[in-house]
Write a protein that binds this ligand. Structure first.
Ligand SMILES: Cc1cc2nc3c(=O)[nH]c(=O)nc-3n(C[C@H](O)[C@H](O)[C@H](O)COP(=O)(O)O)c2cc1C
Length: 202
């Protein structure tokens, strides 16, 4: 692969780019109160709604689980795990039950999929995923921490139904959100030139 002519990166003067280049996940157990308030969440969802959206289908959906609802949701996660893997030990079920309690806010992020649209499902999922990334970037830039996690429960129709999604919709992740307990680590990332090449006709 020809070497891309990328200059050594320097801190950009543009604050939006600086925020993008600094984003990093924060493990759920390092996320504490306060969770973002309604104003901050409104900004983050507005950022999600800036994702490229073929056909203007607006597929992104965010369901917030906070306060005591987290324990009730943990119970649903444990039931889901038990239904999927009946041999699961009680200790493992307890871990599953406690998962949503790790951070002050858990957001179930998904895509409402239009089956009969000329826009294929994968594009609708890509739009919703791009929306989730904007949501994470917005919260990170406001000083909150996030972690996008997955589990088998994302595919469980009972979990989807409990969260208000249709069976044909796609749950794309559990986003743990809160205030980082300290300045979060922002590990070095690989150099960009390894991910870029110029195409030339054969
Ligand atoms: C769709 C999706 C699902 C993910 N699920 C998990 C997961 O279940 N467990 C996990 O440790 N990381 C998961 N990750 C990765 C973390 O969100 C995170 O990106 C990773 O810990 C690296 O941190 P960074 O975002 O700072 O690079 C997932 C990421 C995506 C995009």
């Amino acid at each position: 692969m020809p070497e891309a002519p990328f200059p050594t990166s320097e801190a950009p003067p543009n604050p939006a780019l600086r925020a993008l280049l600094a984003r990093a996940s924060v493990p759920p157990r390092q996320l504490h109160d306060p969770a973002p308030d309604a104003a901050a969440l409104s900004l983050a969802v507005s950022a999600a709604a800036r994702a490229p959206d073929h056909g203007w289908l607006r597929p992104w959906r965010f369901v917030g689980i906070q306060g005591e609802a987290r324990a009730a949701f943990g119970e649903l996660l444990a039931q889901s795990l038990k239904a999927r893997e009946p041999e699961t030990t009680e200790a493992r079920l307890d871990l599953e039950r406690a998962k949503p309690l790790r951070a002050p806010l858990v957001v179930a992020a998904g895509a409402v999929l239009r089956a009969h649209s000329k826009i294929p499902a994968w594009e609708q999922e890509a739009t919703a995923s791009a929306g989730i990334m904007n949501f994470l970037n917005a919260l990170d830039s406001m000083g909150f921490g996030c972690c996008w996690l997955s589990s088998g429960a994302l595919q469980d129709p009972a979990i989807k139904a409990a969260l208000g999604f249709a069976e044909a919709d796609r749950l794309l992740g559990w986003i743990y959100v809160g205030t980082p307990e300290a300045e979060r680590p922002r590990p070095e990332r690989p150099a960009p030139d390894g991910f870029w090449r110029d195409w030339q006709p054969a």
